[in-house]
Ligand binder design. Structure first.
Ligand SMILES: O=c1ccn([C@@H]2O[C@H](COP(=O)(O)O)[C@@H](O)[C@H]2O)c(=O)[nH]1
Length: 235
């Protein structure tokens, strides 16, 4: 069954036990889940099998950024283990993204979405200047998203603040995955480019990545249910 909710819960935990405990409280009809660097470094691919057995679509968020051959092979392995979504950094360039898309195309019967990270939602204009990019986050996101689309990516990771701009320019089918989602009144933490869930969906985001606002809540299921209700999700 396809999950009707756009929410992807980031399982940013240091152990497999903590991650699976949270996953067991969640429901694959109410969200998808994301495995990032912290959890994958500790748990390895076993966590993907475990989450698949619980019925979840899994976003493997390892943000591959390396030479084309290395990234393409890593993306192919991710597709073979059956993850729903995998990502690379758009700043790895056209040849890296094309090699990854080609590697996926050669896998028979895969259903894995290949997404490129544009500008991290934790970065603002000042952070970009420090790494030598004299563009606003919006302009740099647009530049990388156009490159990602023409390199065969299914979509991009961006901030929801860029969703309407990207949706208008690149089309509504180009998948927009947006972290930096903060329900009104919740702690911003290290995120700089944020939006509420309702604002993000109105702007054209397809998927909303939410970590701490759910996983560190006193009652994670209540927060997840409330956001789904606000978005009109019928499970
Ligand atoms: O630009 C990006 C890309 C990835 N992330 C990841 O999303 C979650 C966000 O967690 P919160 O606790 O809701 O801030 C986290 O796993 C990041 O690695 C991102 O935030 N921004």
């Amino acid at each position: 069954m396809t999950c009707p909710s756009p929410i992807v819960v980031a399982l940013d935990y240091p152990t497999i036990e903590q991650a699976t405990a949270m996953a067991k409280r969640l429901d694959p009809k109410l969200c998808r889940v994301k495995v990032g660097k912290e959890l994958f470094t500790k748990a390895g691919p076993a966590i993907l099998d475990e989450l698949h057995e619980l019925g979840f679509d899994v976003f493997l968020d390892l943000k591959f950024h390396d030479i084309p051959n290395t990234v393409a092979n890593a993306v192919a392995v991710a597709a073979k283990v059956g993850v729903w979504m995998v990502n690379v950094h758009a700043s790895g360039g056209r040849r890296m993204m094309e090699a990854s898309a080609n590697a996926l195309a050669q896998i028979h019967d895969h259903n894995t979405l290949l997404i490129a990270v544009t500008v991290l939602t934790s970065m603002d204009e000042t952070d970009l200047v420090e790494v030598g990019i004299d563009l606003s986050p919006q302009d740099h996101v647009m530049r990388l998203a156009k490159l990602a689309q023409s390199s065969g990516m299914d979509g991009v990771v961006c901030s929801a603040q860029e969703s309407s701009m990207l949706s208008e320019t690149l089309g509504k089918d180009f998948v927009l995955v947006t972290p930096g989602i903060r329900p009104a009144g919740s702690d911003q933490g290290d995120q700089k480019r944020i939006m509420t869930p309702v604002q993000a969906m109105a702007a054209g985001s397809h998927y909303l990545v939410m970590g701490r606002p759910i996983t560190q809540a006193q009652d994670p299921i209540q927060v997840l249910t409330q956001v789904n209700n606000e978005l009109g999700v019928v499970a």
